[in-house]
Design a protein around this ligand. Sequence first.
Ligand code: COA
Length: 533
Amino acid sequence: MTDARMENRAFWENEELKLDGQAYDAMWPGGEAAVNRLAKQGKQPARELIRKLVDPDTELFELSRLAGFGMFYPEVEDVPCGGIITGIGRIHGNWTMIVASDSRVKAGTYFPITLKKHMRAQAIAERCGLNCVYIADSGGAYLPMQADVFPDDQHFGSMFYNMARMSAMGLKQITLSTGGNTAGGAYIVFMACQSIMIDKMSYSFLGGPPLVKAATGEVISAEDLGGARVHTQISGGADHFCPNQDEAVAKVREILSLERPQKMHSHRYAEVPPRVPVESIYEMLPAKIHQGINTRSFLEAIADDSHFIEYKSQYAPGRGDNIVAGKLRIKGIPVGIIASNALGIIFAEAARKATEWIIRCSQEKVPLLFVQSSPGYMVGSESEHMGIGKYGADMVRSVSCAQVPRIQLVIGPDNGAANYGMCGRAYRPHFLFHTMRSRTSVMSGRSAAEVLLSIEERKRTGQGNPMSEGEKQAFRQQMMDKYDGEAHPFYCAARLLSDRVLKFREIRDWLAMAFEVSLLKPIGDPAFGNLRF
Ligand code: COA
């Protein structure tokens, strides 16, 4: 192995250790003390319940673990894991969305990021046609932020709106209550298609005992007001009574045991492992984010049999091949590819080729993978005169209108309009994955520093107080730190701008799961509107 490859490997392995550290903090808020506190209440950590809920020897594909760090909400700096666990796992073979409060994080209350994560999980479930299981143990809205979590669309009420609509579509909404579900939060029990409550552990009421006392003077215990017995024997608001969490989890599995088996709407070949090992990604991707990449090698490391069938490989060398297009299989599933190559700057020829390929894959109903490592479209008079604007717009239009499942994987710079053309969050990819090499921002720190410096210089000169060289350098550095910090995968993941930060060695497994889940619904017919060409 060359020195450069060894250095790359050492660098990325170290970066992924940081990822492990952040994930650990997300999964163990409050450490051992918090787990002991749960145990005293007869409760297991929610991830343990989920492990028992999914089929034996299968894993939960946990989404957005790094949500909620560094949010600086009133009195709360971090909300580890966003205070809620979401993920996709198999129950009796069927892919199912699981949403579980983590009561170790401020009693599982909903902060804005908790809601965003809950909504994202429901949106994936609705789009892909997944049943949902809610493991509910929440103090409801995080009250100091009620105005930011209660009244708006995509706030608290939308959770129940989504449940109602999904159940009307035939997607099962099952709630297992393992603790308090107060006020609006009670609806997660009552809106479910079937709900399970646990003796002396689950409570559900529109007003808890303190509110009841204040409002009516009635003094009553939580158990007598809205415990498991009340709702399964008297009110009928819940459907199953269980003595403990293990039996409750088994009940959820039993309820879902007669669901119709899911079917993928794509042909699938036998899985063949790549001949170029996935591990080689650690060596091939440069530690410097703005250094060019050899995307064909990268694709070989994720493709079945390392086989990539390239489209227009000879077209406009040095310009057209800053995007590589073609097809490969991931664990047997045929996938169309739009992948940044080399420095990733998108020239008109690359944009045209990408547009053609997106339309062809849509016609064939082949899902698309966008491998993003692009700092933007080519600028300058030559490019403008050639029509980079209109060809870029055609690419953005085709990405927007493509009716096939689309997944974005970011392995490098992700700036400006290239974020749009390569199917960034606003273009609603079915899944969006980052890696430790992702940098998502309107422009790179270096470019932002120069643009902002020129504005600041003009202002200061106008005020008769021109900037010194030292001041300019300090300003540049400050802007670079800010922009590069905000582009970092941790910053983006905290705000749910990705669905997961993947390790390189996880890419194949996650893509296979994501395409399979995205293909559970039939693919409609293509329509692209007004392309310019
Ligand atoms: N808003 C803000 N903070 C809340 C909260 C809420 N709705 N509910 C609980 N918390 C905080 C507590 O202040 C406590 O903070 P601390 O750790 O900094 O002291 C933390 O969450 C844990 O709460 P605690 O009461 O100690 O946990 P518990 O397991 O004993 O009880 C509940 C959990 C949910 C039963 C209980 O906290 C409760 O009844 N909360 C109020 C629920 C409510 O009325 N919600 C209405 C909003 S829709």
